[in-house]
Design a protein around this ligand. Structure first.
Ligand SMILES: *Cc1c(COP(=O)(O)O)cnc(C)c1O
Length: 424
């Protein structure tokens, strides 16, 4: 059993914080009070009348603008309840998460940073990351003067967690590791981390720290993959999610960290009180309501169809190598091959530049990441975008490697079509 102890794991200055309370926590606003407590402007926002009619909620006083002249709700319990409803699926536990289990922030980027500030003493404590992984963990660590211990994932295409090496790093007290950031599905790997591997890290026999699972892409994975509700079973598990990817709301900046109640209390104590704006909260609540979820799932089906199309089509493009990661996300990691048929960074970089500079298609070069030699990370787009991308990629590879655009030889293609019963 893990020796996790929040009182010795979190920073003393954070443990000493009191959660923020405003006058409106003491005196609930029933709509009849005159609010003269927060130095807001009762005459309303500096917006024009045309913006007003666009933004107006339809009821309420003339100058309403969605109540934008008021500070937003610092607690966001209604939004948190909707997020809990979404994730209390009982795939992993009979228990339920409640709003007390949640921190909501300005994207998951705020949660990544808040966790580091909560647990890591600058210039002393460290975080463990598993390359290839998301860049914000190291950026946030560096901003906070916290250094990294790196334990690479197992080789492609599984990109699994190297549990023995992670455990070994956590056993060494000299490492001062407070947080382990696991990305599942991984960016740029697209692979889920096995639940049992997460469990083994959570159960480490001597380590006093928190396992953070970043589930930014979880809605592209099979049902039941999210471990969010599992935070009700573990004192040392945090699961981060975001509305930036599957929900298509990167612009509103809304991320969430499902946490054990005492951890959520600390994160909520250290955050800026009004971190979630009213428009963000309103749009996020709509997205995770029944209507919003139906739209998200409809978009998801279209996206998965395009993901499958890419997986079927890319191997037929000459110069495209192996799929290196998993397929549980909205992007794919593919090798670009040189003239000798070998994965190659110079080729991948040239293709990347050509796609952007002369074909108007921007993807991501990931060849410098651990275990991603010669790889591009391709986000799955709309049907039209995928069509354009496939054409552009074929011609860019042909230009770089000096061969004809024709992909798989025509007679071979014909045989495949006959075999699968496709009539051209
Ligand atoms: C895109 C992404 C996020 C999302 O960050 P937000 O701040 O919520 O937009 C988080 N984690 C990973 C691994 C990502 O790729």
């Amino acid at each position: 059993m893990s020796p996790f102890n929040l009182e010795t794991c979190a920073r003393p200055n954070i443990l000493a914080l009191e959660p923020y309370r405003c006058a409106r926590d003491d005196y609930k606003d029933d709509g009849t009070n005159i609010l003269l407590d927060a130095n807001e402007n009762a005459y309303g926002p500096a917006l024009t009348a045309s913006a007003a009619s666009a933004a107006k909620s339809g009821s309420g006083p003339e100058i309403d603008f969605l109540g934008l002249h008021r500070y937003p709700d610092p607690h966001q319990r209604d939004l948190k309840q909707l997020l809990c409803n979404l994730r209390n699926t009982h795939h992993h536990t009979d228990k339920v998460t409640t709003p007390d289990n949640l921190f909501v922030g300005v994207g998951s980027d705020e949660a990544i940073d808040a966790l580091i500030r909560c647990f890591c003493v600058p210039a002393q404590d460290r975080i463990l990351v598993c390359p290839p992984t998301y860049g914000m963990y190291s950026v946030s660590a560096q901003v906070n003067d916290v250094s990294l211990v790196k334990v690479p994932l197992l080789p492609a295409p599984t990109f699994g967690l190297d549990v023995p090496k992670v455990s070994e790093a956590l056993s060494d007290e000299q490492n001062h590791i407070k947080l382990v950031y696991l990305c599942s599905p991984g960016n740029p790997t697209g692979s889920l981390i096995a639940k049992d591997d997460v469990r083994q890290v959570l159960e480490h026999a001597s380590w006093n720290g928190i396992v953070v699972v970043d589930e930014a892409y979880i809605d592209f994975s099979p049902d039941g993959a999210s471990l969010a509700e599992w935070v009700s079973e573990w004192p040392n598990l945090v699961v981060m999610q975001t509305l930036s990817k599957a929900f298509g709301l990167a612009g509103i900046r809304l991320g969430a960290a499902f946490s054990p109640v005492p951890v959520a209390r600390l994160l909520n104590s250290l955050k800026a009180p009004y971190n979630i704006s009213s428009p963000t909260s309103a749009l996020a609540s709509h997205a995770v309501s029944t209507d919003g979820l139906a739209t998200m799932r409809a978009n998801m089906r279209k996206l998965v169809a395009q993901r499958e199309r890419l997986i079927a089509e890319l191997p037929r493009v000459r110069g495209v190598g192996r799929l290196r990661g998993g397929v549980e996300s909205n992007f794919l990691l593919y090798e670009m091959l040189n003239g000798d048929g070998k994965p190659d960074n110079a080729t991948a970089l040239k293709v990347y530049e050509m796609l952007a500079e002369s074909r108007g298609v921007v993807v991501r070069f990931r060849g410098k990441e651990h275990g991603c030699l010669g790889c591009l990370r391709i986000t799955v787009g709309t049907e039209c975008e995928v069509t354009r991308f496939l054409e552009a990629l074929g011609s860019a590879l042909a230009e770089v490697n000096g061969h004809a655009v024709a992909d798989v030889p025509a007679d071979e293609e014909k045989r495949e079509d006959e075999a699968s019963g496709v009539v051209a």
